[in-house]
Design a binder for this molecule. Structure first.
Ligand code: CTP
Ligand code: CA
Length: 225
């Protein structure tokens, strides 16, 4: 019997994947969040691990079973996600920011449950740190991959995020398309890089994740020639 070794192009590399939503606490019983299910991020982590990478999956609260062969780091808020990513950033070869990080958090977190009051109306919010933007400022040799869920002008926004955040690729999808985006098991995306714009048709998030990883690995190989 012959043993055919599986090609493991990411062997010896460390890949950090963030997934899911973040939760920003208002008080002990309430929080702000979004509709991210974590499925795309978990699929990206599964693909990275199956291609041989040491894979760190930094995940917000989701109800998914983590893939085999990944190290799961569970976080809640954008701040916790930032801290967890920074811990691994220097030694990472690739960071894939699939997470739907909350853009705003309550300015004040109440230690006791807030009570309704006559005349109350607004919750005061402030911006969270943009993790990808921070990584873009600090990056040395790491490959930085972001995701962008948009409802309109998808490619235009993807290109501007690519530049603004100093990312190498942005994987963009139109969440208004049927079978695409939050919560679904399928997705259709466009991979946007400095010199590339490639569409991937609607398919399972697991298959799509594998195709995206393989495409990016190939593009980087061609680039280094
Ligand atoms: N991102 C991040 N930290 C944030 C917000 C976003 O790291 N606080 C990352 C996401 O993980 C994603 C990329 O930035 O990889 C794009 O996220 P997106 O929400 O599409 O972009 P924003 O810059 O937040 O712009 P907007 O929501 O206004 O479209
Ligand atoms: Ca955002």
């Amino acid at each position: 019997m012959y043993f055919i070794p599986k090609e493991l192009p990411l062997k010896g590399t460390k890949v950090v994947v963030t997934a899911g939503p973040t939760r920003e606490r208002i008080d002990p019983v309430r929080f702000l969040t979004n509709f991210s299910s974590g499925k795309m991020g978990y699929a990206m982590a599964e693909a990275a691990a199956s291609l041989g990478a040491e894979t760190i999956l930094i995940s917000g609260p989701v109800s998914l079973v983590p893939p085999a062969n990944v190290t799961l780091v569970s976080v809640e808020s954008a701040k916790e996600m930032l801290d967890a990513v920074l811990l691994h950033f220097e030694t990472a070869s690739m960071v894939i920011k699939t997470a739907a990080v909350a853009d705003y958090k309550p300015k004040e977190v109440h230690s006791q449950k807030m009570k309704k009051q006559a005349g109350d109306s607004a919750l005061v919010l402030e911006r969270t740190t943009d993790i990808l933007l921070e990584l873009g400022k600090r990056k040395k040799n790491q490959l930085l991959i972001g995701f962008a869920a948009e409802t309109n002008d998808v490619i235009h926004y993807a290109k501007s995020k690519l530049e603004k955040k100093n990312a190498d690729y942005i994987i963009a999808n139109d969440v208004t398309e049927e079978g695409s985006g939050f919560g679904t098991d399928t997705n259709a995306v466009t991979l946007v890089g400095k010199n590339i714009e490639r569409q991937f048709p609607n398919q399972s998030k697991k298959e799509l994740a594998m195709q995206l990883m393989e495409t990016i690995i190939q593009l980087e190989k061609d680039d280094s020639k």
